[in-house]
Design a protein around this ligand. Sequence first.
Ligand code: ZN
Length: 347
Amino acid sequence: MQLPREVIVGDGTIENVAEISRRLGFTKSALIIAGSKATYEIAGKTVKELLEDRKMEVNTFLVETATVKDVGAVEEKIKALKPQVVFGVGGGTKIDVAKCSSARQETPFISIPTTASHDGISSPLSSIKGFDKPYSVMAQAPIAIIADTNIIMQSPWRLTVSGCGDVVAKFTAVRDWKLAHEEKNEYYGGYAASLAVMSAKLVMENAELISKKGEEGLRILIEALISCGVSMSIAGSSRPCSGSEHVFSHALEMIKPNHSLHGERCGVGTIMMAYLHRANWKYIRTTLEKLGAPTNAAALGVEKEDTVKALETAATMRPERYTILNELNLSHEDCEKVAKATGVIQP
Ligand SMILES: [Zn+2]
């Protein structure tokens, strides 16, 4: 079980980066992976300056996407520079690339998210385009997470709402996991599952507070995202955090790439999967509405037919991951009925 050793959430926490680095024994060299000028200016530069103030040798490498090629390029950098630690500074993609390449080169990794858009900020998994799978693969858990709420508050609100969708998704992910345990005798970890469920519950209960866009609500979301990441570290897989709603999201993204954000698709998926699990799907929808998150196909920017097709093909996305979709084996007509009954497509 790999778990983060330092988790720091709050206003101005980025100022502690050098101290945390020292506490973990990294006093000589670091490589910062950041994104375009925007995220570099907002956080990467500060990290570099603070580490250099402590006489550390700091190199920076900017990436725009999270592809196999990006991971390869960063791996080459790590091989050449041999930094003691790799920092991933930015939104999802930068953290994914830093996490995956540092894991492959057996170098510790520190996560400094500038957005709260999904649980990859703290999980041991990376989502990289170009691998043979459309979903996340095991990499390594960050040794430290520094989430500065002042920085994250400057990111577009839509990203934060998407992060809420990714947490709400645990409502059905854990039900799928339990189902796989009962039907397929798959390993089920009660502790990891409880941690994921509790995160979803906290975000749902505080939807109104979060929607006020203040620091208090953001903190709840960030802590939930971090707990979700930790639950995956405990489980040793993404099981507690990724079920039928996630395979639906992957299927929809395959059918129509780049139309919406990961957490937005997962949120809409959770409404339908909760319906299939005979759970309180209306509560999921009301919560997402409160947060201002998409609750239907039109809001996601996809056609009716694409949504139905994604539902129909979702179970084949990840055959080894048994979910309610495998259990029910829905026909095209069934899928259409589900999408209509939950208001995801218009009747
Ligand atoms: Zn997710």
